[in-house]
Each structure stands twice: as structure tokens, then as C-alpha cells.
Design a protein around this ligand. Sequence first.
Ligand code: GAP
Length: 516
Amino acid sequence: MNTPDDLLKKVISHCKEYGFIYPSSEIYDGLSATYDYGPNGAELKNNLREYWWKAMVQMNENIVGLDAAIFMHPSTWKASGHIEAFNDPLIDNKDSKKRYRADVLIEDHIEKIRGKIQKEVKKAAKRFGESFDEEQFLNTNPRVLKNQEKISSIQERMKTLLDDEDLKGVKELIEDLGIADPVSGSKNWTDVRQFNLMFSTELGSLSEGANKVYLRPETAQGIFVNFSNVQKTGRMKIPFGIAQTGKAFRNEIIARQFIFRMREFEQMEMQYFVKPGTEIEHYEYWKKKRQQWHELLALGKEKYRTHDHIKLAHYANAACDIEYDFPMGFKELEGIHSRTDFDLKGHEEESGKKLRYFDPEENESYTPYVVETSIGLDRLFLAVMSSSYKEEKQKDGSERTLLSIPDFLAPVKAVVMPLTKKDGLPEKAREIMSSLQTELMCKYDEKDSIGKRYRRQDAVGTPYCITIDHDTLSDNSVTIRERDSMKQERVNIQQLPQLLEEKTSVSHVLKSLSAD
Ligand code: GAP
């Protein structure tokens, strides 16, 4: 049984060993919080992106795609509020010279108290054995209750301070809790100050008079500034959506937990433009629809939970996170926000251009409200990898490492293997490979024993291995072996393309989505 920490470490090293993810520019010892996707990683990422794109754009007549530039006019970020308010509270330790996010230091302190509660639970479970009732213990044990009270009071105090932007108060809280630098143990802290998360660079050479531009911290703004372009050229009628996938950049102070929090990452966002007053209905629709989309990934229903925001940002009137049970616990995977007309109005004011919609049915024009769905592709990748990674003991005592990635997402759908390298088997295998490779991603492998080849494919999540043996030459059939069950079946070569298409294509998943 893997502990959560073990699992994350194993996933990281498996990703490296099998060509899914490498540290970026590794020959120079890497660059913190940036990663490169290898051959298998690039395929899996493409498949995830394709599943999202098809579910959002292809399956919805009133949603269209966009591919906006990463660089945008600097005024964009003024209008969106990112220049003024896209900040994290930062604190330095004067002795270790290490920099931290003040709220993360406090959250880590809370985690330690939670750890104490867990210890009490474990101790009691051991003492009471089978008769132990965890819920009753959590609700009645005085030490647990005291620690829970402590957690609530810290959380409440931190929230109020951050909402009020009371940075002096945040420092006082850190001092009151006696929080020490996790590296040096020193409590010698600087004041807390706001740190803007946007990366900036200069457009044009300095001699020409350079202009400061930002790397976009979210893809959404490319959609907002193109609202009228898309609406008019596509003759879109409200309600309609614009979807986009692409890189976003944030100078995260603490980027950690592998690809969960990176400085360069990919988002998949959709802004749904609706008539003011109808936004909550659409918000509820998208909240449900996005959960269905996740369920069809088959990572396990129990791995998800939704977290409704109680305290909302000033521009939102409803918001929730879809959280996933990552190896480090439940964390945000996707956000669904009802953002009112905050962004379009902001851009209208800043640009002086109208971003309104004339509603022919109502014979009136208005600034639409927006419901947004926003998911991080890299976080989704981590969810798939960590739920698929398995170590299994075989009947003969040997072990196999397996990635039980859903078939339609697997980097390689099928591997074609001649049993031996002679007797015309490789030629027959190549023939089969050519007939399949125009339809799906498949590979050819003739090296090592069949058993070793199976293990190699299990480790990269290939759902089907097709073996060509001597009988194939006479009966025109092959053995197809399924990854998870390891069951083998004899199949006629003619049936292979249709059989693999049915099992591995994204279409049947999309059909289930539209049927709901
Ligand atoms: N347009 C709304 C928006 O950007 P967000 O909650 O800041 O909202 C949306 O980001 C999603 O982007 C998150 O749910 C997460 O999956 C992903 N994301 C955000 N910051 C990230 C980071 N530093 N590394 C990886 N993914 C990130």
C-alpha cells in the first residue's frame, strides 16, 4: 500500500522513466516548476485536450473555438484588474533569506494541527479496536475538539485579514502562532507585502522605445476582448460560448507538488455569454455538465467533490471548485464561476469600445453576463496519472507496474508484435500495423520475449497488444491481449480496425455525455 507521499514520488519517477514528463532543461539541472512532456506525455495531453475540445465545441452547436495570442495589449490587464489585484502575500525570512507565501505558512501550520488530530484518531482506533466509532470520537474527544476549535479560529482570522488586505495583521498572526522558517527554524520575519504574479517582458528593442507587456496569467481575457469579433463574424445568438485552450503563466512564489502548481501551465477555458438574470440557471447547468464530463473519465466518482465558495469575489455571484483527490489530498482541479458582466464592462471602460449584444427577440441591447468553466490541463494529467498508477502482484509471485489509463486516453492504443523475428511474422505484423496506423496511434515491437513486451506496454498504459504467431499465416487471426484483465482472445485480422475503434475512440464517451 502506497502512502500519499510515496504515490506522488512513484508517479514522478514513472513519468520520467517512461517518457511522460521530464524536468525542463534537465541537462542544466532543470528550472524550478517547469516541465517538458515527453512522447507519451504529449500523446496523453493531446487526448485530454481533444476530449475537452470535442465535448465543449464539437458537441455544442452554440460554442465556438478561439486561439488568441499569448501577448495582449497591456491595457487588457488593467481592465481585468490583474495589474492591481493579482497578488499573493509574500514574506521573507531574514536569516535563511527564503521566501514564502504568508497564507501557505499559516495553512501548513493548520495542517500540523490536523496531523495531531489524526494521531489521536489512530491511537484511539488501536485502543478500541473494532468497536471504534471515528465520527463519535471526532465529535466528543476534548483534545480533538480543542484542536478543531484552534483550526477554525486561525482560518477565520486569516480569511478576514486577507479579505481586508491587512498585511500587518497577517504578520502578527504568523508571529502569534509562533511559526518558524521550515528550513532554518528562525522566526526573524520581514513584513508581509503583496507580490504580483504576472510575468512581464518588453516588446520591441529598447532603442525603439520598449513597451512592457505581460505573459497572460489566464486564457480567459483573450476571449473577452474578442467577444464582439466572434459574436458578429459567427452571427452568434445569446446564449453562446467561446472555448480556448492554451498556455498561461504565473510567477507562483511557491510552485510545488510536481505539475500541480507550475509557472507555465495550460488552461482549457470556456466563457458562456448569457442574458443578465439567467446566469444562475446556466451556472447550475455547467456545474452539472462539467461533473458529468469528469465522471466519464472513469477515474472514480469518490475521487471528486465540489466546493461551493461562500465568500465570493466582488465580481462573482456564484462560484465553485471541482476538487480531485490528488496524492496530496483534495485540491482544486476546475473552477466554475458566474462572473457577471465584470470583465466585459471593464474592457468597455478601458477601451472605449462597446462590448454589447443586441437581442433581436427582446429588441434591446445589453452587456452579457458570463459563466466560466476553467480547468488546468496539467492538473487533469496528474489526476489521470495518479489514479492509473498501479503495482500488482501476479499469481506467479512476480510484480507488474501498470497504468490503467482509460482506453480512449491512452497514448498508444495498440502494439503490434510478431512472436518471433523470423518465418515471415515481422512482415505480416508490419502489414497489420500499416492497416491500423491511419486510424489510431499504434506501435510496432519485436524486441525481447512476449512477456517483457507486455510489461513494457502495461507500464505506459497501452490497452491492447496484438500478437502475430505462426497460425496467423494460415488462419488470418491474431491474439489480442487486454491490459487490465490480461485476457487473451483470438480475433480475425479483418475485425481488428473496427474492434479497436469501438474500444478506444472518444466517440462512445461523447455519446454517453450527450445522452445524459
Ligand atoms: N479564468 C479563471 C482562472 O484562471 P483559476 O482558478 O485561477 O481561474 C483555473 O485557474 C484553473 O487553472 C485551476 O482550477 C487549475 O486547474 C489551473 N491552474 C491555476 N494555476 C495553476 C498553476 N500554477 N499550475 C497549474 N495549474 C494551474
